[in-house]
Design a binder for this molecule. Sequence first.
Ligand SMILES: Cc1ncc(COP(=O)(O)O)c(C=O)c1O
Length: 493
Amino acid sequence: MDSTEKAECGRLANYLNAVLPALGQFNNSDAADVAGPQHSKWRELLDRPLPESGQGLDSVLSELQAIVIPNGLRLGAPSFAGWITNAPTTAGTLASVAANIAGAARYWVTAFNLLETVALRWLCELLGLGQHFQGLFVSGGSPANLVALGAARQYSLQRLGFDPARDGTPDMRRCRIYASSEVHHSVFRAAGILGIGRRNVSQIPVDSEMRMDLDELQQALERDAAANLIPVALVANAGTTNTGAVDPISEMLEIARQHNIWFHVDGAYGLFGRLDPRVTQLFSSVEHADSIVVDPHKWLAAPTGSGVVFVRDRAILERAFTMEAADYAEGAMAEGEIKSTFDSLGEDYLQLGPEMSAPSRGVAVWAILKEIGATGMCDRVVRHCAYARRVFELASADERLEALTRPTLSICCYRYRAPGATERALDELNAQIAQRLHIEGIVPSTTKVCGKYAIRPCFINPRTTIKEVEHMVTCTRAVGDQLLAQRRVSLRA
Ligand SMILES: Cc1ncc(COP(=O)(O)O)c(C=O)c1O
């Protein structure tokens, strides 16, 4: 190595081996989670001024081992059932380490480029989408929704004679995106980025099961057509973030076809639910959508930074996301036979979305599915949906608990209740219960269901067993009883 280079570029195995025990211990959830309670301690150690001269890799290693890793985020702890985030399984981690070292970009003629394509094909097959879909990896569900809605905008305005990506767009304020009031908030952000405007996402009310109300949808479409507004997309939730509800996909598809609107399905969390035979029929017709989003970094437990958008015609993505040509990007690519890795970009994903340089994400999905197969994933989904049903059963059977939703997929919202308490007092009490559970390392998330504060476990963590599920409910009851006995909350608040 050039003697003036300060960075260690070799001895990789030595350093990886050295950091492995700390990572292994973290991964096994062997130690207590002290990151929150002790944050001022480690913050002070890490938040230091920029060093004028380097302190060397051994110093980096020792701080990683002693301070950074032990104070990481314990998404993989078996009692973690909060939000829709996951810790990768071993296969995904292994593959992403391999990608960092041997496949640092998804382009050119490499095994990593091929595995982008293979993984997309496998996901399509696993989810029953048919091979007519063409996919693209992006960094998560939010950018995946953005890409899909970018395609929808291109489609809708091209029909009116405009090319929005090339020329800009006349009067985008007349555009509308239709989605249920339970839609993920990334759809609003996408509308903002695309120039449509967050306020032009028309929020259609839901029925008692949190699914889009189709009469309300029809009325909104007719009202807006009379006002000469431009329908850009109809978005169906295939598993809402809040409660796991699945919108009436087949009926919405029909309505989208009647009105000639781009039909998008946000299955970032829930599309894997299609693998559970008990609910698979809820997803029928999804394969006829114009665009579909699914996140491997959620239920599939791929490393964070893995979302997928599928469209039926990739050419629309090329029109929506094309960059203008640049000499530096054309390079020395050769026509004909490939004699060098750099003679071709391989399967060319860079024209299909907003990212140019991007990591290889397919390799982790390939590794995970190769390890457990379609059946392994199916078993996981069935098990997790059963956990949510178990929470429902336990909460319904306990006079001090109340199930607030009947689970469709792997989420069940419930709360503690106390006789004579006002709704406001119950909200406060349940917020306190959730906080106490978190302190004890039991981590559901929370939400509101019809205005009621709810404890909301979402089971996508491969390490969770029925023991943790039942323990969470038992502890909710016990903590609620304790808080009431200690009169920590006023029931009349
Ligand atoms: C239905 C749905 N769509 C989109 C997203 C956004 O995904 P990400 O956090 O990967 O950006 C989420 C996140 O939970 C989600 O549940």
